[in-house]
Write a protein that binds this ligand. Structure first.
Ligand code: SF4
Length: 373
């Protein structure tokens, strides 16, 4: 939120959370909301896992989680951590030894629920391994795997039970004077998840990791996540997000960024504003946007581009974008630069031309940002 905002209806007041570090990435406080994903390769297949981590990082992931189900995976983790451009979270679940091994292997964070790993000695061992190796912890409550006593108390998974579970795990870490943790309360049900996060946001100042778990495939999972996470983020809740999709981790990162971009919470790459097209279009808007999305994937500079089929909305949208193209008659359209009409361009050469204009603008913006630093 900017105090001098001239568009107050765009302001999001973020909940004040404590800041922790996941490797070199700050999470919580006034840190940018971090985007996470998780690999789905066998962790023991080091080459494949590293390739997936790198692809996710290239797409913008700030943090990547890797499953560590057995000792062989703990060994592989060490190599993965060394090659990874981003901090790695080790997904442990139940076995305390894996937690210790992962901390020793250089994981930046352990995803482990201290209440699920056995007696006090085991918990103490994992916590001291985390402390000794500068590892944070993520408590991950899931509606599908709530503790028996809470299911008995509440009768079924519900927000109250999820929050109570989270607070029980928090208490265990606090009893060990360990405060470098974040927490999630995920459910596949959007209502349950959102309600649980809202309650949890009131009950703790720990940074919150948002996610709608088992959200589904690319299309349905994106929509569920956009509704669930979008509403929470709009309320100012959430310090890091993972969009869970039955799809490539790169897609999860892209969707995560698009959700944050839609709310003005993060900016990365080209924000394309395009019309749905209709009979008035002066060129094939859909094919052009598809081609531009691919051709502009390498641009990381936050900027905007409007691709509008005709003059009904083209000039108005172009006013607010860095580069714009509006379809016209006779096989050509108008190029706009910094909101101003610039020059005409034939439809046949417009894709290459727009890519060139965007690259030029990105270089200009990068140079300006460097001077400002
Ligand atoms: S901007 Fe023009 S081409 Fe695009 S949907 Fe509107 S009227 Fe149709």
């Amino acid at each position: 939120m900017s105090l001098n905002s001239i568009r107050p209806w765009r302001d999001i007041y973020r909940r004040k959370s404590r800041q922790i570090m996941v490797g070199n990435v700050p999470v919580g406080g006034d840190a940018p909301i971090a985007v996470q994903t998780m690999t789905n390769t066998l962790t023991t297949d080091v080459a494949a896992t590293i390739a997936q981590v790198q692809a996710a990082a290239e797409a913008g992931a700030d943090i990547v989680r890797v499953s560590v189900p057995d000792q062989a995976s703990s060994k592989a983790l060490k190599e993965i951590v060394m090659e990874s451009p981003v901090p790695i979270v080790a997904d442990i679940h139940f076995h305390y030894k894996r937690g210790i091994e992962a901390a020793e292997a250089g994981a930046a964070c352990l995803r482990i629920n201290p209440g699920n790993i056995g007696d006090k000695t085991r918990v103490a061992e994992v916590v001291s391994a985390a402390r000794d190796h500068g590892c944070s912890i993520r408590i991950g409550v899931n509606a599908g795997s709530l503790e028996k006593h809470l299911l008995e108390k509440y009768g079924e998974p519900c927000p109250d039970a999820m929050v109570e579970s989270g607070l029980e795990h928090i208490r265990i870490l606090q009893d060990h004077d360990f405060h470098e943790f974040k927490i999630s309360v995920k459910a596949s049900d959007v209502f349950m998840s959102a309600a649980a996060y809202q309650q949890l946001a009131e009950a703790t100042d720990a940074p919150l990791h948002l996610g709608i778990t088992e959200a589904g495939g690319l299309m349905s999972g994106t929509i569920k996540s956009a509704i669930g996470l979008g509403n929470l983020l709009w309320m100012g809740i959430g310090d890091t997000i993972r969009v869970s999709l039955s799809a490539d981790p790169v897609e999860e990162v892209k969707v995560g960024f698009e959700i944050l971009k839609s709310l003005g919470l993060r900016h990365r790459g080209v924000n394309i504003i395009s019309c749905p097209s209709c009979a008035r279009q002066g060129f094939d808007v859909i094919k052009t946007v598809e081609a531009l999305e691919k051709r502009l994937e390498h641009i990381k500079t936050p900027m905007s581009l409007s691709i509008i089929g005709c003059v009904v909305n083209g000039p108005g949208e172009a006013l607010m974008t860095d580069v714009g193209f509006t379809g016209g008659g006779a096989g050509s359209g108008m190029v706009y630069l910094a909101g101003k009409q610039s020059h005409k361009m034939g439809n046949d050469a417009m894709i290459d031309h727009i890519v060139e204009q965007v690259e030029k603008k990105a270089a200009e913006l990068d140079a300006m940002a460097e001077t400002a630093e």
